[in-house]
Design a protein around this ligand. Structure first.
Ligand code: ATP
Ligand code: MG
Length: 450
């Protein structure tokens, strides 16, 4: 640069001497100063423009980076999958809230003062600096002492998956079970991120595995439930063919058994298709204001007729002016199933009580019995299709385990919830909610009946 300026100056002096040989020293200096000033002006202007353009570009880049960081932070925070980035020292440089929930890490949700609720601001991508733009570098901040992965989780599978991804530069997959804070299963995929980082994504597969188990058990139970009446039908048919048809004393009894088992199968199949239709939303409800007290009384009569020998007493305490918004036939089906269970699983001399109370905009209806009760391990599962608690005892009592699944879906289709509490040997209490009918709907209902 200096040599170029020197050559330029010598060239300029030579041209000037050649063009103006008689120029005095002072005039020569004046001309030189003027030329240098003009050139400095143009060069500065050019440099200034370049500088301004560079500044604008830097600002644009900074805004873009901040925007990217904001988006990335938001995406990470809302992700249901846990994300964890670990550096080559096996220290966590970034994690999101889902990962914090699964491991011993402070929450990433900001507190009132804008700082993290506890611990360091791991989820704040901007503090990760070197993460964007690529190439990705290890976490550089000297103020920041990242957690060790081993402190967050001692699970050898997780630690070795990150170690392998970092050492071998290859993706690693593992299935991880965590016991605390609650039992959950994860599919962990760890992939190298640049040379010094590895990113692990934890997919929560707890629910997926539960559904898979329920599905497997459903088909196992279904074939069992169908096989029982089918075997009986085949056996009675063969007995009749083998000559019992001419046995005047027993043939009608056998045919009656055939009919009973066939009816059970047909009932079960219609329950299954009913359930499938309710689940898929194909069943259209026609809600209207229904007087709860009268429908409970009707259901009691129906159940009493079905279980003549049950020796169970019925009582209800439902206010006369309580109206719910429900599809009348479906509400009857819900109550029938619950009251039927309350009688079936009761003890001789026991009782079934239906009560109801109105809450904010909804009505809670309780069906309580003094029966055998349900073990706490079975209680969360009784609403599953074909699930029957206490298999040995339930087998003796007729039923296929579909009633409560139908109840659950019907209640949900009405916008309500169903739950159960129980004590073994003392009884059970099933509660479901339905929307409370608005005053004008109830008045319209009364009008229809006047
Ligand atoms: P279905 O209703 O299809 O005729 P089910 O009565 O056996 O057959 P659900 O009504 O779905 O089936 O009930 C599932 C299981 O929950 C029952 O088999 C029983 O073990 C248990 N259960 C339900 N209600 C009660 C109750 N009131 N007391 C004790 N156990 C109950
Ligand atoms: Mg039932």
């Amino acid at each position: 640069m200096t040599i170029a300026a020197l050559v330029l100056f010598v060239a300029y002096e030579s041209v000037k001497t050649l063009l103006f040989p008689g120029l005095s020293v002072i005039s020569s200096h004046v001309i030189t100063v003027m030329v240098v000033t003009i050139m400095t002006f143009f060069v500065s202007r050019y440099a200034f423009r370049r500088y301004s353009a560079a500044l604008v570009e830097i600002n644009r880049q900074t805004e873009m980076t901040e925007e990217t960081n904001r988006l990335l932070s938001a995406v990470l925070a809302t992700m249901r999958e846990g994300v964890l980035i670990v550096n080559s020292d096996m220290r966590i440089v970034l994690y999101n809230d889902a990962a914090a929930r699964a491991m011993k890490l402070p929450s990433t949700i900001r507190g009132k003062e804008g700082e993290q609720a506890s611990g360091q601001a791991f989820s704040d991508i901007s503090r990760l600096g070197a993460l964007t733009p690529s190439p990705i570098q290890p976490f550089p901040s000297p103020r920041f002492d990242p957690y060790r992965l081993v402190d967050a989780t001692r699970d050898p599978l997780i630690n070795s998956a990150f170690r392998r991804a970092l050492d071998e530069g290859e993706s690693v997959e593992a299935r991880v079970d965590m016991a605390a804070p609650e039992a959950r299963s994860f599919q962990l995929n760890v992939a190298p991120l640049g040379r010094n980082l590895a990113v692990g994504v934890f997919f929560d597969i707890t629910q997926l595995e539960r559904l898979e188990r329920v599905r497997r058990e459903f088909f196992a139970n279904l074939s069992h439930e169908l096989r029982t009446p089918l075997t009986a039908i085949l056996a009675y048919a063969e007995t009749l063919l083998d000559g019992a048809i001419d046995d005047r004393e027993n043939n009608v009894r056998f045919i009656e058994k055939l009919r009973k088992h066939a009816a059970r199968m047909s009932e079960m199949i219609s329950d299954i298709s009913d359930l499938a239709a309710i689940e898929s939303g194909k069943v259209k409800l026609a809600p209207s204001a229904v007087r709860l007290r009268s429908i409970v009384a009707e259901t009691f009569n129906l159940t009493e007729a079905r279980h003549e020998k049950s020796n169970v007493t019925f009582s209800s305490s439902v206010p006369d002016n309580l109206f719910v918004m429900a599809d009348r036939a479906r509400l009857e089906q819900i109550l029938c199933n619950l009251i039927d269970n309350a009688v079936k699983f009761n003890r001789p001399g026991g009782s079934v009580t239906v009560t109801a109370d109105a809450r904010e905009g909804s009505v809670a209806i309780h069906v309580e019995d003094t029966g055998i009760g349900i073990a706490s391990s079975d209680l969360p599962r009784v609403f599953e299709r074909l699930y029957r608690a206490d298999k040995s005892r339930s087998r003796k009592i007729e039923g296929s385990g579909l009633g409560l699944a139908i109840v659950k879906h019907l209640v949900q289709a009405h916008g309500g919830e169903v739950s159960a509490t129980s004590e073994i040997g003392r009884g059970s209490r099933f509660t479901f909610t339905l929307p409370l009918a608005a005053a004008q709907d109830a008045a319209a209902h009364l009008g229809e009946f006047n």
